[in-house]
Design a protein around this ligand. Sequence first.
Ligand code: AMP
Length: 575
Amino acid sequence: MEHAPNFLASLVIGLAAAFAFGLAARALRLPPLVGYLVAGVAIGPHTPGMTIDGEFTRTMAEAGVGLLLFGVGLHFQPRDLLAVWRVAVPGAMAQVAIGTLLGAALGMTLPGLGFGPALVFGLALAIASTAVATRALEERGHLSGEAARIALGWLVLQDLLVVLGLVLVPAASGGQESGLLAAVLLALVKLAAFAGIMLVVGRRVLPWALRQVARSGSRELFTLAVVVVALGVAFEAASLFGVSFALGAFFAGAILGESDLGHQAAAETLPLQRIFAAIFFVSVGMLLDPFRVLDAPVTSVLALLVVLVGTGGATFALLVALRVAPATAAVVAAALAQVGEFSFVLMELAIGQGILPEALRGPILMGSFGAILLMPLTFRALTALAARLPGRAPPAEDGRSRLLAQLPRMEGHAILVGYGRVGVLVAAALRRHNLPLIVVEDDRHRSEVLGRQAVPVLWGNATQAEMLEAAHISRARLLIVTLPLAWEARRVVELARAANPGIEVAVRAHHDSEVEWLNAQDSTGLAVMGEREVALGIADFAMQRMGVATSTAQATVDVLRKRRVADAAVAGLGV
Ligand code: AMP
């Protein structure tokens, strides 16, 4: 209890600083994560002024990396890894070897550092941060393309290598070679056991359990269940199998991502991921001692160069050599040209074991910090370089590209939002003519029924951009919104327009003001006010039953259809 106020203050100050510096970064046209890092420096222990609780922040940051990687896993289909296997496996191995050797060469120039420790130093400079890379890709809209698949495959491999590194370092400091081999074997067996259990048991049990929670109809419990799965699996992975917390979370995400729950799980956890990721970057900033960096300026700058060349440059060259389109290679390489959380973990472990001197903390942190700060430039430089290469065509989405396992690739299709009383009929009409359609429906039962009829359906709340993206909004021709709530319908239309400005829209409305809002939008569309159509149907029937001729009744209906309800109420009929 004694710590409670301190923790609370740390949380509030940490988030407030992240927000303030994030806003400032945005004003300077830098990515917000640069702001988060600077916020960390500002409220860290190495700068004067306020300091927040480092231990607490680190714990939160670890949860943040877990959630972030869970989110990455959700987007990442095991199939995707298989699709980029040919490129990612040899590429990542070669890149880590090149980066490690470059870093080791730098390490060897430092007084008193032997080859073994220099290799550890090199490895710390050769491993990119998945958290940073995915944020960078996301900020630039690359999270669902070919580049992201390659980058994620690459990062998974790097993570596996780091897991081995983390096992090797303490074993190596023990000094016995037989112990070393046994430690590596044990780590590999544990990793395989974890992966095996996840693939055989987790893959069946986790989606099943979450589906049960979803059926219970409680949104709140579903969100909670998703977070419990993410962090719970990660924790088990770390404590029972010695796999990193982050990699465990990634596995949990990948397994759910394969099921039809993935998009809803992603949408539910996104805000949480954002908040925790901000804390993660603040915690990284807190590690940096700006005054110590100046102690070894040359080594620090060289470490930064090793990161840029050994990871960024090497990745780009290897990808191009592996016949990946230069434009894609540039995006992947720029996203990877940095170091982050795993390097810090490795570094702290090695320093703790006395393998690396404390003085190397500065250069490693500087390499990390500098590379992340330089990222916008790295992207620009590599993209410019790619443009100069005798290029193959830019990476068109090829046959393998899929956003979703369960949705066929669609183009020029209609997206129907809501499959209730209105949506059912609209869908029936479109299906009767075999028109391409994706349905987004929030109710689990309804979406399951549709799924059983082999209609492409996404279960989840359409007011989240994630869902529309998954329905390939950017390639759709028509959006049909049949939601009963006006503000939800409006939000869906706004999100859709942001993703696809030219899309035609048909919306169900309940008030004239909603119809007017849609008509005021500068895009083609149709707003149908449900109550008006009900009224007109009844009025038509009533007029004819009372003796009005069919054609006259129809003329009255046509006039009324154009009139605001409020005006009709005030002016009476007057037709
Ligand atoms: P009805 O009013 O009978 O046409 O039903 C509306 C349908 O829209 C129901 O099936 C709801 O489950 C569904 N729905 C409501 N809100 C959302 C939402 N935000 N995203 C997706 N579907 C929704």
